[in-house]
Design a protein around this ligand. Sequence first.
Ligand code: HSE
Length: 317
Amino acid sequence: MIGQIRYTYSHLTKMTSNSVTVRAPATSANLGPGFDCIGIALDIWNELTLTRGKFSVSVVGEGANMVPLDNRNLVVTGVEAVFNYIGEPVPGLQYECTNRVPFGRGMGSSSAAIVIGLVAGSAISGADLSKEELTVLAADIEGHPDNVAPAIYGGCTIGVRNGDDGWVVDRVSVPEDLNAVLFVPDMQTNTNESRGRLPDRISRTDAVFNIGRSALLVNALSTGRLELLKYATDDRLHQPQRTQAFKPMPHLIKAALNGGAHGAFLSGAGPSVLALATGREVTISYEMAETARHFGVDGKTMIMAVTQDGASVISGA
Ligand code: HSE
C-alpha cells in the first residue's frame, strides 16, 4: 500500500553528482475501463544522461525531430521541477536523450520524459526524492497518474486524485509472464485533442459499466484469472468516442482476441492497440497486422514484457 502521497521533502545532507544516466519505461494507460487511473509499465526504455555544464538538449531515436530542444522539453520540465521543489536554482545542464518509446502513439512517451527528468534531477541534485514524492511531482505535471505512476513504480498501478490533498497510488500485482502485444500505427495522436473529444458527462449505465469492469480488471490481474480480462478490458468512457478518430480500433481489438489475447484495448489515448497475452504472442501480432493491412493502416507490431521495474538511475549517483 502506497497510500496518501504528499510533499515531504526535507533538507538533509545531499550528495550531488556531476553526471547521471537514468532510464524510464514506456507505459500503457487505461487498460480499457480504468481511464486516467490504471496503467502498466512496458519493457522498452528511454535513457537520459544529464551532465553539469552549459545548457543543451540533444535527442536521438523516437521523436528526435519532433521534441523541442529547449526548456519546453518535458525532460527539462521534470529536472527543473525537482530543483524548484527543493528550493534551489537550476544549474547549467546538458541533456542527452536516447528515446526508444514510440512518440505520440499512446505508449507514455510524455510520461517517460517527465519521469526520467524527475529521477535524473533528483539524483544529480542529491535530493534523493522518494517514489512517493516523484509521483506527486509527476502527476501534478501530467495532470493524471495513469502513465507516470507505473513509469515510477513499474508493474501495474492504480492512481486517484484525492481532492486538493494529493494522490493515492497503489500497486496491483500482475502475473510475471504477462506480455504486451501492440499494433503501433505510423500516425500519431495528439492527446489533448483526443481528450477534448470526450464528453464531460456520462450516463449512470455507462458509469456502472466501467466501475464493474475496472474492479474486475484489478481482480483478474492480481489473482491471475486472466480469462476474465476479455470482459474486464471493455470500456464505455473513451474507446467508443475515440473510435470516431480511429475507426479500425475495435477491429484490431477483436483481431487480438481472436488471435488468443486475454484482453485488448486502446493504449492510452491511442492510436496503438495493446493486447495482454501469456502465449500466442506471434499469432496475436499477425492477426492485428493483417487487420491493420485490411483497413489500410500502416504501422508495426511490437511484443514486449510487462516490466516490474520502474525508472531508475543506471550510473552516476
Ligand atoms: N488517460 C489518458 C487518456 C492517457 O486516455 O487520455 C493519455 O495521457
